[in-house]
Design a binder for this molecule. Structure first.
Ligand code: MN
Length: 756
């Protein structure tokens, strides 16, 4: 069943714990929500609208009358809350409110699309249909999911309100995720960071994006979340004092100009602070931009730019700016509509401070994104950025079906949901590309023929290779040759879906041509041994040699990667090849060993899932879980159950894309086996530091060291240590002890199996 349904699983009132209102009180509560929705909507109501909203409310009330949410609340409160988010937080209007009220009716109740069309017309029925389809996306198998995802994107390009209402729905579900079961929480939170937060960002809904990320983190990384939240609260007073000190001189100057303005400090989100800590490997105390200063100007439209730059110059008179940190989104707004001027200046006490300057109108767009920007069905002559974006999506969707659906999702994410750069053609035409794009991506963006024959490029008149990464503002001239054609290694550096698809298509075409020879050769070979060149025999061979397709088989024969000598050893019955049973391949040695070793000593994992039987499992190499870590099981093809940490770098991707293969797992206590794990240590290079470290590990804590490497230079050393520990507690004890050593700056657990 669909995920949305799972989120809002119904229970009977008697199951509920927290929620115990009398039916009368419940009714009042519902009406209270309905009235406040109408109040928010009032300025937008035209003649007859109030009645339409009332009818939608009545239909929803009737349809969900017996349903309750997991929390025990009447279900109706959910569509009411979603509608409220649409109006208050996204700025949508009456029609969207009606759709939000009805968004779960077709899926979960007896109401049909036809009913809705009869009552409200085509436009609303279409949006509700789109919303119903999206609910089904995430819980089916992957290829189905990619198909569905494409469908959503098509609806999105039809009517963006579908995605906006969907985001409101997701936001409310995330806000009320507490009452769900733990594994549901993980899955829903993963999906949210994987797809919905980037979508919100792309729609320019910064507030919603940030809240979705923070809420997801609360469930995916509860400890880190609580830790940062606590530290933020503890340092609040000190921060306010600093912000006031910083703002004071600016305020005076601004007041002198006669501008209408607001100035305040704003804390950064927990999720973004956490990202910095992880990415830069620093502590909370070392993250310098815990907040940003925001200046909002109430400027008449013809003076917006001018006033923003005037304020900029005033700020940089007071504080010294960092030259490489000026971001001008006034002249070139982001494709999600964001406009502002950002600069980072040196504030009091030698601290860097980010200052954001924008007007009230720009602020509205930053908060309400698409809805504030996109004028529905009101003749808008200039080509809208969103239209451009939607146009690009349509173009990619219209291309040949991609056979690899997970890659499709990944490609889509990198192509359309990441930040973009602006580059120019020699004639000065602007092209928008995702960050990380290369000269070759640019060539394909110009035209697929230009891409296919690209041999190099000139960036600002300087010759660069096709793999050259572009930066905003680059002007690029593509050099082509008629002899050039796409090659496999191109896939290694292009990032846009368009370039990838075109290259793959071309490679496939080449392969098909080569494979023709293999086909011919196989035909003769089969006839020579007296077997038929039949579909059945070909498939038999594909299966035996473990190729993915006939094309791969033919290609392997043509390129001599496969020798058909053995074919004469097969028996032939009639005209059919009788193949020996395929050999069972063993999984990688180490995994196998680990498995053996573990199962010998009785299982230390209890698996809660379909059955509580002991199951063969192995520990994922990407995150090396140890007892005590929060973990989940992932049913992988070929290797059985893999155990990953919930904060494994691959976890969100796995849970979001293959939710149906995730099983809940838990460690049982076992003190006999030790597990290999790695630490990275950074510190000041000092005589005897290795001695001190090894002394703590093997001397004091009696932990076995498997490997130790230290590199030093410029007075700093960086080491990786692989140790055998019994559980997380022991590891944490080790980390604390190491951190307390003189000269040690940071000790981190190694995630990936990178340290050799
Ligand atoms: Mn819903």
């Amino acid at each position: 069943m669909a995920v949305e349904q799972n989120i809002t699983e119904t229970t009977t009132a008697s199951n509920t714990l927290k929620y115990n209102l009398t039916p009368e009180q419940e009714k009042k509560e519902i009406l209270r929500h309905y009235r406040s929705l109408l109040r928010s909507l009032r300025p937008k109501l035209k003649k007859g609208d109030r009645e339409l909203v009332r009818i939608a409310f009545k239909i929803a009330a009737e349809a969900h009358k017996t349903m309750r949410r997991k929390s025990g609340e009447p279900y109706l409160l959910h569509p009411l809350a979603v509608a409220m988010i649409c109006v208050e937080e996204i700025g949508l209007g009456v029609r969207s409110t009606i759709c939000a009220l009805l968004h779960d009716t077709v899926e979960d109740t007896d109401v049909t699309l036809n009913d809705i069309q009869v009552e409200f017309g085509e436009e609303i029925a279409k949006i509700v249909d789109g919303l119903t389809k999206i609910s089904n996306v995430m819980d089916t198998n992957t290829s189905q999911q990619a198909e569905n995802f494409k469908k959503i994107l098509l609806t999105l390009t039809d009517d963006p309100r579908v995605i906006l209402i969907k985001l409101a729905d997701r936001l409310h579900n995330m806000r009320t995720l507490d009452s769900m079961k733990k594994e549901k929480q993980l899955k829903i939170a993963s999906e949210t960071v994987w797809v919905y937060a980037p979508l919100a960002h792309r729609m320019g809904l910064y507030g919603i994006k940030t809240e979705l990320e923070d809420l997801s983190m609360k469930y995916l990384e509860p400890e880190a979340y609580k830790d940062i939240a606590k530290k933020l609260a503890e340092t609040k007073r000190e921060r306010s004092r600093y912000i006031n000190e910083f703002i004071r001189p600016l305020k005076e100057k601004l007041e002198g100009t006669g501008f209408n303005f607001e100035i305040y400090g704003r804390p950064k989100s927990i999720h973004s602070i956490w990202n910095k800590i992880k990415k830069k490997s620093v502590t909370f105390e070392e993250v310098y931009d815990l907040f940003a200063i925001r200046i909002i100007l109430d400027a008449p439209s013809e003076q917006e730019k001018e006033q923003c730059w005037k304020v900029y110059s005033m700020i940089t008179d007071a504080y010294n700016p960092s030259p490489e940190r000026l971001r001008d989104w006034l002249s070139n707004p982001k494709s999600n509509g964001y406009e502002a001027l950002h600069t980072t200046v040196m504030g009091p006490q030698g601290k860097w401070v980010e200052v954001q300057i924008r007007t009230k109108r720009m602020n509205e767009i930053a908060e309400r994104g698409l809805a504030a920007h996109y004028k529905y069905k009101e003749g808008h002559s200039e080509e809208d950025r969103f239209d451009k974006w939607f146009g690009q999506i349509r173009e990619v969707l219209a291309q040949e079906d991609n056979d690899d659906s997970v890659n499709f999702l990944q490609d889509f994410k990198t192509s359309f949901l990441t930040e973009e750069i602006y580059v120019y053609t020699p004639k000065g035409e602007v092209k928008m590309l995702p960050k990380g794009s290369t000269a070759l991506d640019f060539a394909f963006a110009v035209h697929s023929e230009v891409g296919s024959h690209c041999i190099g490029a000139k960036v600002h008149h300087k010759l660069v290779p096709i793999s050259h990464k572009l930066r905003s503002g680059d002007q690029i001239e593509i050099i082509t040759s008629s002899k050039q054609k796409p090659s496999e290694d191109w896939l290694g550096f292009v990032v846009t879906a368009k370039a990838k698809n075109k290259i793959k298509d071309s490679l496939k075409e080449d392969k098909r041509k080569v494979a023709e020879d293999g086909k011919y050769f196989l035909q003769r070979k089969l006839e020579a041994v007296g077997a038929a060149y039949s579909q059945a025999n070909i498939e038999e061979l594909v299966g035996f040699y473990k190729y993915n397709s006939q094309l791969d088989l033919f290609f392997a024969i043509a390129t001599k990667a496969l020798d058909l000598k053995e074919i004469k050893d097969f028996s032939i019955i009639g005209d059919r090849l009788e193949l020996p049973k395929p050999k069972v391949t063993t999984t990688s040695e180490t995994v196998f060993d680990q498995q053996k070793q573990l199962s010998k000593k009785d299982s230390e994992l209890i698996i809660f899932g379909e059955s509580s039987d002991k199951i063969m499992y192995s520990l994922a190499k990407c995150c090396n879980p140890i007892p005590g870590d929060a973990v989940f099981g992932f049913v992988s093809t070929g290797k059985g159950l893999m155990i990953h940490r919930t904060n494994c770098p691959n976890a969100t991707q796995l849970m979001a894309n293959y939710g149906h293969r995730v099983v809940k797992t838990k460690w049982a206590k076992n003190k006999e086996i030790s597990f290999l794990t790695g630490l990275r240590i950074i510190g000041v290079d000092d005589v005897g530091v290795i001695n001190k470290i090894t002394n703590v590990i093997s001397g004091e804590l009696k932990i076995n060291i498997a490997a130790l490497t230290i590199e030093s230079g410029d007075g700093i050393f960086q080491g990786t240590i692989k140790v055998f520990v019994h559980d997380k507690e022991e590891l944490e004890e080790l980390v604390t002890r190491l951190k307390s050593l003189y000269g040690i700056q940071n000790v981190d657990r190694l995630d990936m199996d990178t340290a050799k």
